[in-house]
Design a protein around this ligand. Structure first.
Ligand code: HOZ
Length: 431
């Protein structure tokens, strides 16, 4: 079934570390080897062996309108005819930035970069520059890219591989990162109290996607805002996953919280490498060349990414877009819960709009990294393989969120639920 993929992976192992260019792609924690994708369309991926899959990764988030959307392709094509990259200013940068500012009123000034990692690392440098303070607070299980300051109890691939904090991060830099539990305001206040006048910023995924999907408890985000104000620290919302996904204005619109800085990635580039950070004008004025905080990029704001991002942000403004995603989400959620009940498989299902996770755990709730880690990784791995055999492409990790798109329709949901039913039945039989 995956003969050619397996051959390619054997070759790749001698070329790339672990055979891949990003760790979670290796399928290491789910006990099989990666499939190699040849093409895509709408909700579907096609591999090099001719297999078809319904995709719940969506390139880890960007493909909210489905793959190869004709309007996105057209925008890229048209732009490409005029040139690929100039390393110079273009009107397209202003067009995309204006759309982002309309959707995220907290972003008064914006800077484009080329990835979510770059956006987060720049935002933290800026927070340190603005406040003159060294430390940051992050939450266990949140992942803000692979910059040194963030590799403390990080989610995503770090959690998937069960790695301790990465070697190569200098101890004196690591000691400037304080990690507390998500949804725990008491711990957060204690960290502020114990580090008076030294916390530059608190960075958070307002809805976590990188430890699986975890929602904020009522009052948590409000509490973050209040504590940052009380201790004169900046609040940074990492909306690389949630931006444009949970609503046009991301989690900050959905929950009505105004961060000082926001980081964006994924959907903003429509599948091309684009990230951004932005926020209060008085803070963003610190960024070079207007201010002294240096940050630059050869391909920042490059035309193809701007064009794909603009086309995508236009598509998500179409009437009924988020209602459709919610409908799909509710149908999936309801179906999965019924199937779990039918086979008496204990799960916790967390969902926020078009991101969701199924945790195989006896726990009553998953509300932080510790509760996420109560999941049975072995059972998840089996489930993943059973689903793959049935043509459903899930994230190959218990600690990643499933994403679906506006191209997922009733047909795909019915096929997905059928595969889940068969897979759960199999899980019970094999127990
Ligand atoms: N940041 C992405 C979601 N966790 C994963 C992409 C990757 O690490 O390859």
């Amino acid at each position: 079934m995956h003969k050619k993929s397996q051959e390619l992976f054997e070759k790749a192992k001698n070329i790339f570390p672990g055979g891949v260019n990003s760790p979670v792609r290796a399928f290491k924690s789910v006990g099989c080897s990666p499939i190699y994708i040849e093409s895509s369309s709408g909700a579907y991926l096609y591999d090099v062996d001719g297999n078809e899959y319904i995709d719940y990764i969506g390139s880890w988030g960007p493909m909210i309108c489905g793959h190869t959307h004709p309007k996105v392709l057209e925008a890229i094509n048209e732009t490409m005819q005029k040139g690929i990259s100039f390393g110079a200013c273009t009107e397209l940068e202003i067009d995309l930035a204006t759309l982002v500012q309309q959707m995220f009123p907290s972003i008064e000034i914006i800077r484009f970069v080329t990835s979510g990692t770059e956006a987060c690392m720049s935002a933290i440098r800026l927070a340190r520059a603005y406040t003159g303070r060294p430390k940051i607070i992050k939450f266990a299980g949140c992942y803000h890219g692979h910059y040194d300051s963030f590799l403390a109890q990080a989610g995503s691939g770090v959690a998937t591989l069960g790695l301790p904090d990465s070697p190569g991060v200098l101890p004196n830099l690591a000691s400037e990162t304080i990690t507390v539990d998500y949804n725990n305001l008491e711990q957060l206040e204690k960290a502020f109290f114990q580090n008076p006048d030294s916390i530059a910023a608190v960075i958070v995924e307002p809805v976590v996607g990188n430890a699986g999907c975890i929602l904020p408890k009522p009052g948590f985000l409000e509490g973050l805002r209040d504590l940052c104000d009380k201790y004169l620290s900046l609040l940074v919302f990492d909306e690389v996953m949630t931006g444009f996904r949970l609503s046009l204005g991301g989690a900050q619109e959905k929950y009505g919280i105004k961060p000082d800085l926001t980081t964006l990635g994924k959907i903003i580039g429509g599948g091309l490498p684009v990230g951004a950070y932005g926020g209060r004008a008085d803070i963003m004025k610190m960024v070079a060349p207007e201010g002294p905080m240096y940050q630059a990029g050869t391909l920042a704001g490059s035309p193809l990414g701007m064009a794909a991002g603009k086309a995508t942000l236009e598509l998500i403004q179409e009437k009924g877009f988020y209602e459709k995603l919610e409908h799909i989400g509710m149908t999936l959620e309801k179906g999965i819960r019924q199937i779990a009940d039918k086979y008496q498989i204990p799960i916790v299902l967390n969902r926020c709009g078009s991101m969701l996770s199924v945790f195989f755990t006896q726990a009553e709730q998953v509300y932080d990294y510790n509760s996420a880690k109560t999941s049975d990784a072995h059972r998840f791995a089996k489930f993943f393989r059973l689903m793959l055999e049935r043509g459903i492409y899930l994230p190959p990790s218990q600690f990643e969120a499933w994403f679906f798109s506006s191209a997922h329709n009733e047909t795909e949901i019915v096929k997905t639920l059928k595969a889940i039913d068969e897979s759960f039945e199999q899980l019970v039989l094999e127990n």
